[in-house]
Design a binder for this molecule. Structure first.
Ligand SMILES: Nc1ncnc2c1ncn2[C@@H]1O[C@H](COP(=O)(O)OP(=O)(O)OP(=O)(O)O)[C@@H](O)[C@H]1O
Length: 254
């Protein structure tokens, strides 16, 4: 479904990604792991049009999307969450989730001004879907709250509700449980399992190895911008290069 071929990204001459190639197969969960600074977020940003790769190609459903801006990538059916939350703090929780459905609004400025009955009906339908998404993440009681006043764990779940509300073909999750407590992690884990069993295709960046090993069908390991291993969770867990990448970092910081 998603294919990366020799994707490289340099920042001021320093390589953050070097010739990274792998595929995200349809209907499966691919986890992208690696030590801090390995290039995981850079890779998600290069895939979603937030950054342009310096070299290489990204294709989605056999179409090259490398040069597309972020809003066009989103229209193709790719949704994402951000490692550093990107909510609209003054908008309500419901309106934040509705922004995940803007591609489906389908109304011109003139239609919106005329408030045609069809449009009002459409708006009600979109609100209903946004409320259902909030309900899945136990947030419906906070629908009218400004997103900025929510606790960190709730903000993370609003991001997930916004990313999933449009039922995207591909979901890119950048550390969905980072900073959550054990109870919140279990709740989000349960939602990810439900999405997985409903056949959603996901690329999951995560440091929580228990979650990765449980939910992922395939694991891709980055280290210093290079893809050092790809395989099932069990294969990757036993791979000496992966052990060295993680243990080496631990020894260096000990
Ligand atoms: N906008 C930027 N400008 C310059 N350097 C950057 C930029 N974004 C990332 N980098 C550098 O690129 C490298 C990869 O960073 P990236 O954030 O992609 O790693 P990561 O694997 O997501 O790390 P973490 O697990 O800590 O989130 C790092 O050395 C980082 O300092």
């Amino acid at each position: 479904m998603l294919k990366l071929e020799n994707v490289s990204k340099n920042f001021g001459g320093l390589p953050a990604l070097s010739d990274v190639s792998f595929e995200v197969p349809q209907g499966l969960v691919t986890a992208l792991i690696g030590p801090n600074g390995a290039g995981k977020s850079t890779l998600i940003n290069c895939t979603t049009g937030v950054l342009q790769p310096s070299k290489g190609t990204v294709s989605f459903q056999q179409k090259k999307i490398t040069a597309l801006p972020a809003h066009q990538v989103a229209r193709l059916g790719i949704a994402r969450t951000f490692q550093n939350l990107k909510l609209f703090p003054r908008l309500t929780v419901l309106d934040n989730v509705l922004t995940g459905l803007t591609c489906e609004g389908g109304s011109s400025m003139l239609m919106a001004m005329l408030r045609l009955p069809y449009l009002r009906h459409r708006e009600r339908q979109l609100k209903l879907r946004a409320m259902e998404a909030l309900d899945r993440f136990s947030l419906s009681d906070k629908a009218d709250w400004p997103a900025g006043i929510l606790a960190y764990g709730d903000k993370k779940r609003v991001e997930l509700a916004r990313a999933t509300v449009s039922q995207p073909d591909l979901l890119l999750l950048d550390e969905p449980v980072a900073g959550l407590n054990a109870e919140e992690t279990a709740e989000v884990g349960e939602q990810l399992r439900l999405l997985r069993s409903a056949g959603h295709t996901m690329l999951l960046v995560e440091h929580d190895m228990d979650l990765v090993m449980e939910i992922a069908d395939q694991v891709v390991v980055l280290d210093s911008g290079k893809c050092i291993a790809t395989g099932t969770p069990e294969e990757v867990r036993r791979n000496p290069l992966v052990l060295e990448a993680y243990l080496g970092r631990m020894e260096a910081t000990a």
